[in-house]
Design a protein around this ligand. Structure first.
Ligand SMILES: Cc1cc2nc3c(=O)[nH]c(=O)nc-3n(C[C@H](O)[C@H](O)[C@H](O)COP(=O)(O)OP(=O)(O)OC[C@H]3O[C@@H](n4cnc5c(N)ncnc54)[C@H](O)[C@@H]3O)c2cc1C
Ligand code: FES
Length: 277
């Protein structure tokens, strides 16, 4: 059954200012920013294209971790040149960004018992979703997987918000040893799953959801080129009748039962049962 995701229409370029920089773990940075306009327009699962201040590197996609009042925060892992440059920002520095972008999580279906699955940096995409579900009085279980104890960041933030948090680590240094999807598979069945993390984790979540006949929304994190729908470098195959398929007859549908969508524009969140990967 084709369904619609939450759509966006308030994207713009915003000049934001850093008000706090914290290092949550080695090479994991939380930036809090004054971002009037952007904060109010943000919905769960959306992201920004943050423009590194030197202008020498391309913009980078980062989820909006928190959005409250006129402030947002970004939580990112230092991976390469762009995130390195962003990590050097401190209080008072300016950061331009384009956003909020993408179609985020649909938290409106009134789930009573939601499971959120986050792997690695995927944790940055799910806090707003958890908060929206909790506001709607759902029970929210966060299944949070990381490689090792030091990389489990800000789990307490989710507990404080009201989530039950189940941690897994690959090496068993915190929580259950194994994959986060092992913990999901063992747990009592939720009535909706929301997930963000590496592609193998998302595929596994999709399989578990299909086996249990539970609907799942997956936030895909691919490497973006432009991040705004122009280059078609982030394409994923969807069921031909998906509401998220772009409406370009020749280019997207090609007369088959498959349609191609851009993760940056039509996603990054898709219904698991509509993905053809
Ligand atoms: C919609 C979206 C939201 C994202 N949100 C966050 C977030 O909130 N926090 C966060 O830490 N990261 C997030 N990412 C990933 C982030 O965009 C990349 O880590 C970042 O662009 C790396 O840029 P760089 O120049 O520092 O490193 P690069 O030099 O570009 O990359 C360094 C290494 O990281 C790998 N890499 C790059 N991009 C990705 C990616 N998207 N997924 C997996 N591996 C990648 C590369 O293969 C390379 O090995 C998000 C990505 C997308 C598409
Ligand atoms: S990254 Fe260019 S279209 Fe998605």
């Amino acid at each position: 059954m084709p369904e619609e995701m939450a759509t966006t229409s308030h994207a713009g370029v915003y000049a934001t200012r850093v008000i706090e920089r914290r290092e949550l773990a080695k090479d994991v940075v939380l930036l809090r920013l004054d971002a009037p306009g952007l904060a109010e327009a943000t919905r769960p699962g959306q992201y920004v294209m943050a423009i590194p201040p030197s202008g020498e590197a391309a913009a980078t996609a980062l989820a909006i971790y928190e959005a409250e009042g006129k402030r947002i925060s970004l939580l990112f892992f230092i991976m390469g040149r762009r995130t390195q440059e962003l990590s050097a920002l401190g209080s008072g520095d300016c950061l331009s960004m384009l956003g909020p972008l993408g179609n985020g999580f649909d938290c409106s279906g009134d789930p009573r018992d939601a499971a959120i699955v986050a792997g690695g940096v995927g944790i940055a995409s799910v806090l707003l979703c958890a908060q929206a579900l909790l506001r709607a009085r759902a029970r929210v279980r966060l299944f949070y997987g990381a490689r090792t104890r030091e990389l489990v960041v800000d789990a307490q933030r989710f507990r404080d918000a009201g989530c039950d948090v189940i941690v897994t680590t690959d090496d068993g240094t915190l929580g259950m040893q194994g994959m986060v999807t092992d913990a999901l598979a063992l747990a009592p069945e939720p009535d909706m799953i929301f997930a963000c993390g590496p592609t193998p984790m998302l595929r596994s979540v999709a399989r578990i959801a299909a086996d249990r006949r539970v609907r799942a929304q997956l936030a895909l994190e691919e490497t973006f080129g432009c991040g705004v729908g122009a280059c078609w470098g982030c394409v994923v195959a969807l069921a031909g009748d998906s509401m998220q398929a772009p409406n370009f007859p020749g280019a997207a549908r090609g007369g088959s039962d498959i349609a191609y969508a851009r993760i940056c524009r039509e996603g990054p969140v898709f219904w698991a049962h509509e993905l053809r990967w």
